[in-house]
Ligand binder design. Structure first.
Ligand code: ADP
Ligand code: MG
Length: 280
């Protein structure tokens, strides 16, 4: 049985005074239990929208999404999500933010704090447990959001550009932590990223989205052996082939988005491995 199954998903946003936007048009995607799938595509093609629909925060205009064989009707503790804007509770300290999901699960306070501290340690935030979000840098807030998601141990991780605001070194450490958590606990992961390199390093399969309205253009199997490391992959011939293929596939869609004159058109350089983007 597939863990996540999206069938023929279309999403149209219609708001008074705004032109209607068809964000997604006929998306089909299936994730097997324990699979790591990255979503790549130009800004504005509907990646966040898709992730939030699996999370149960946004609903498709047509089509169905099931998780564990049941239609998604709202958020649930089986799915953990990090939003692109990593919304933290501003009135809660770092540790209270991380312990939030555990509170929802009815775990007693002492145990809650113990678990929260474990994940704060992992994300290198132990010294900041009593701080409030406004006292933290963007990268630190992002790590709090990741710790909060991991702390209540959902089966499914939905991550929206989770490492985008991190410096290269922290990003690399977080990628390794995520891989080890994923491997030890057999989580199913949907991971949105702008980085082709990151997608290859982490994923079993990479789904490339077309320019808006987003459809899945192709799904590429990442047939590199595990465990993987950044150092090993960078000199690897197969890695280079996959990088080349995916980079061109995404670039074609980025160019299409630019030609269509969408306000989400982006520019980027292959060398950076990142399509420098304006946040939608
Ligand atoms: P991505 O994450 O791939 O950059 P998004 O899913 O954020 O793309 O957005 C897809 C499209 O849907 C964009 O054109 C965006 O402006 C539009 N959109 C997203 N959320 C809303 C909303 N709540 N209301 C209206 N339009 C929206
Ligand atoms: Mg997005």
């Amino acid at each position: 049985m597939s863990k996540i199954r999206a069938e023929n998903i279309t999403k149209r946003f219609e708001a008074k005074g705004h032109r209607p936007v068809t964000a997604l048009d006929g998306v089909n995607l299936e994730a097997r239990e324990g699979e790591f799938i990255s979503l790549l595509g130009p800004s504005g093609c509907g990646k966040s929208t898709f992730l939030y629909m699996v999370g149960g925060f946004v609903f498709p205009t047509s089509g169905t999404i099931t998780v564990n064989g049941r239609p998604v009707t709202g958020p649930g503790t089986d799915r953990g999500i990090t939003f692109q804007e990593f919304a933290l509770f501003p009135w809660r300290t770092v540790i209270e933010n991380v312990a939030y999901g555990l509170e929802e699960k009815g775990i007693p306070e002492r145990e809650r704090l113990e678990i929260a501290r474990r994940y704060l340690k992992m994300t290198n935030l132990s010294a900041f447990e009593g701080h409030f979000p406004k006292q933290l840098s963007g990268g630190m807030k992002q790590r709090v959001a990741i710790a909060r998601m991991l702390a209540y141990e959902p089966e499914i991780l939905l991550m929206d550009e989770p490492f985008g605001a991190l410096d290269a070194q922290t990003r690399s450490i977080m990628q390794e932590e995520l891989m080890s958590i994923w491997q030890q606990n057999k989580k199913t992961v949907l991971f949105v990223t702008h980085s082709v390199e990151e997608a290859i390093l982490l994923s079993d399969r990479v789904a490339v989205f077309t320019a808006r309205p987003g459809r899945i253009k192709e799904i590429v199997d990442i047939d590199l052996p595990r465990p993987r490391s950044r150092e090993a992959e960078l000199g690897d011939k197969r890695f280079a082939e996959l990088y080349h293929r995916l980079w061109h596939s995404v670039k074609e869609e980025v160019d299409a988005a630019a030609a269509a004159g969408t306000d989400n058109a982006v520019v980027g350089s292959p060398a950076s491995g990142r399509y420098g983007s304006r946040r939608p």
